[in-house]
Design a protein around this ligand. Structure first.
Ligand code: TXA
Ligand code: MG
Length: 373
């Protein structure tokens, strides 16, 4: 790795309910000296830099190995700070902020020019959110600057939901990691574009579309299929990127009706019999089905508890990666409520391919695709 910022990484425990002032002051000083601080939020861990400082922000891209065209979210600690980082703010932004902030909802607005251009990848817009977590709120208040922070993972790895995940990806490349325990939501914020005439969800996340649509009757959701790839590239560059592409090939299964279990098992058995190491992510209810096959099993939670499944999702993906599996198999979940965010992450992990169990699966073709990787 050339030109990646390298340093000694400090790991400090911080109380997520009552962040200790000396720790927060130390973290704030690092931010003001162009350093990088990883911290917990209610969604996932963020990798923070002073959003007003182009050099500091550049470092985020370097250590994450993130392409410069993928813009970052700016975090603020008071609703009123929105005017410090954005201009021409529509009325709806204030109404939504009153309802949903602090919380897992990010607005795309017109950027104030004091925000480092690099944050927005050169675009005229800026993504802004006020996190519902006392550690970043205290940190932003102490540093007295808005903090640009993407998820604190290496590019294309699952987002980090505890401090160990951040250590695994970024130790030696960031100045400080604040360990405030596991993230209560575990999925990233919902990104909502408010620069267009009809507010549009660019990324489903911790605030479900159904909840938002009560306040935005004409909410565009999901992003219409008619939007061309070019238009999407302009509205949210990050959406086009290949996400979470580990060594393992992620197989997302859907359908199958009453035979879903036996078809899933048949597919897994075929992979195992060819000598592949197979990981399975399953709901608690289905976990018993796999007791007779040699798989690496990760339980996500009860099938009707999307909050629990969401909280565990990235951790279980990382765990299977560590175990060195060749394939990860998972059945699709509901796309209602938080399920939409979970489904979106699974779809991206599966490189936008869903295996429909209602059709005969060509397992050899799947294996061949994997081996071309
Ligand atoms: O929950 C979260 O949102 C976490 C925590 C740390 O706050 N952050 C996070 O950041 O997930 P990141 O960088 O991993 O994802 C930011 C998403 C990307 O899909 C990016 O393309 C989009 O927000 N985004 C950022 N700025 C944008 C802008 N100006 N216009 C459109 N999309 C933008
Ligand atoms: Mg991310």
């Amino acid at each position: 790795m050339t030109n990646v910022y390298s340093t000694r990484t400090q790991l400090l425990q911080v109380n997520p309910q009552r962040p200790q002032a000396p720790i927060i002051r130390r973290a704030a000083r690092i931010l003001l000296e162009k350093g990088l601080v990883a911290f917990p939020t209610e969604t996932v861990y963020g990798l923070g830099a002073n959003a007003l400082d182009d050099r500091a922000v550049s470092r985020i891209f370097e250590v994450k190995r993130r392409p410069f065209f993928d813009p970052l979210i700016v975090h603020i600690a008071e609703k009123s700070m929105i005017e410090f980082v954005a201009v021409d703010i529509p009325e709806i932004a204030y109404r939504l902020a009153d309802e949903f902030w602090p919380g897992p909802l990010t607005f795309v607005l017109k950027r104030h020019k004091r925000v480092a251009e690099r944050v927005s990848a050169g675009m005229e817009t800026v993504a802004v959110r006020m996190p519902n977590h006392r550690v970043p709120l205290a940190l932003i208040r102490a540093a007295e600057v808005p903090v640009a922070a993407p998820s604190a993972n290496l590019f294309s790895r699952p987002s980090p939901t505890n401090a160990q995940h951040v250590m695994d990806d970024l130790a030696g490349h960031v100045d400080l990691i604040l360990d405030g325990g596991p993230c209560p939501i575990g999925l990233e914020s919902t990104v909502l574009d408010l620069t267009v005439s009809t507010p549009a969800i660019l990324r489903p996340g911790g605030t479900p579309a159904e909840t938002l649509s009560k306040f935005i009757p004409d909410l565009a959701w999901p992003v219409q299929a008619s939007v061309t790839e070019d238009e999407k590239a302009i509205s949210s560059p990050g959406m086009l990127l290949k996400h979470y592409s580990p060594k393992a090939k992620f197989l997302l299964l859907a359908g199958g009706g009453p035979d879903a279990s036996s078809k899933t098992l048949a597919m897994i058995s075929a992979l195992v019999s060819q000598g592949f190491k197979v990981g399975v992510m399953t709901t608690d209810e289905d976990s018993g089905q796999y007791s007779d096959v040699a798989v690496h099993l990760e339980r996500l939670g009860p099938q009707n508890d999307c909050a629990e499944i969401g909280r565990n999702l990235f951790d279980r993906m990382r765990s299977l990666d560590k175990q060195g599996v060749d394939f990860i198999v998972m059945r699709s979940v509901t796309d209602q409520g938080l399920g939409a965010a979970i489904s979106d992450r699974l779809f991206k992990a599966a490189e936008q391919q869903i295996i429909n169990l209602d059709q005969p699966a060509d397992i050899q073709a799947i294996i061949n695709r994997h081996q071309k990787h």
